[in-house]
Design a protein around this ligand. Structure first.
Ligand code: 13P
Length: 287
């Protein structure tokens, strides 16, 4: 069931668990995540970066595919189609394309500009029934060509953006996209607690979910994180399983070259990873 992400994240915040945002790259990814969420009775958010949207043929293709698949597979758990790290114009493109949720990432802009554009987009998104995520304090690593060092958000700036009426807020607490470097210092729980103290019941978002040790994820959830984004980890398990299939020579046995067969182990690996994360975040059985 396609919905915006407001209600599912309000419930997660009140119930002290996390909802997973899993980024999609193609049809197999989408199907794997939807089927797993349904099997586990978990609400779920499908994240779509601008780059992945372009790869799949455009935001309209993505929205149409997700909506049609949700219907054809008989998915009854709440599912949000969410723009991940959108620039200003991406937000309007996704609203028009039929997404149910957007993220405006103005973290690289001067704070005043981030504030003004977020204000406008909150108004537009809410007028059309979409949920909206904003970001304060850049999240480290590289995503879609934009590189930032892992920084910690200013709790006062978080409060100002939260007060605009955004539905959930991404705030840097030392987290980084992609694989964490060996000398990573871990999440800053002091920053997280300070942000939570200022933003009250606003659901907070932890980006860069790949590679954060389980105990740190659980602690972050206990301190007010309600949405955790995972992308790279699904890519890694998909690629490893596909590599194994080819290296084991399975593609040379019978009709093993059939793309449905070639992509099956990778798709199963995504399902297993998503199930593992849903259990870790505590959102199984919450739909
Ligand atoms: P990872 O790729 O590190 O899991 O981060 C995903 C993310 O935060 C998407 O916005």
């Amino acid at each position: 069931m396609i919905v915006n992400a407001t209600e599912m994240l309000k419930k997660a915040e009140a119930g002290h668990y996390g909802v997973g945002q899993f980024n999609i790259n193609n049809l197999e990814w989408t199907k794997a995540i939807l089927e797993t969420a349904q099997e586990m009775k978990a609400p779920v958010i499908l994240g779509v970066s601008a780059g992945a949207g372009k790869y799949m043929g455009g935001f309209e293709v993505v929205a149409a595919m997700v909506r049609a698949m949700d219907k054809s597979l008989g998915i009854t758990v709440p599912v949000a189609i969410h723009l991940d790290h959108g620039q200003y114009e991406h937000c309007y493109q996704c609203i028009k394309a039929g997404f149910s949720s957007i993220m405006f990432d103005g973290s690289h802009l001067p704070f005043e500009e981030n504030y003004a554009k977020t204000t406008e987009l909150v108004h537009v998104a809410h007028g059309l029934g979409l949920s909206i995520e904003a970001e304060v304090g850049a999240i480290g690593g590289t995503e879609d060509g934009v590189t930032a060092a892992g920084e910690c958000a200013d709790p006062d700036e978080c409060k100002k953006i939260a007060d605009l009426g955004v539905d959930f807020l991404a705030a840097g607490i030392g987290n980084i996209h992609g694989i964490y470097p060996a000398d990573w210092k871990g999440l800053s729980f002091d920053t997280l607690a300070a942000i939570k103290a200022k933003t009250g019941d606003m659901p907070l978002v932890l980006h860069g979910g790949t590679g954060i040790p389980d105990d740190q994820v659980k602690k972050a959830v206990s301190l007010g994180v309600s949405k955790i984004n995972v992308n790279t980890e699904c890519q890694l398990v998909f690629t490893a399983a596909t590599r194994k299939y080819i290296e084991d020579g399975k593609d040379k046995q019978g009709k093993g070259y059939d793309p449905r067969k070639v992509l099956a182990p990778g798709t199963q690996a995504i399902k297993d990873k998503v199930a593992e994360k849903i259990r870790l975040f505590g959102s199984d059985g919450k739909a």
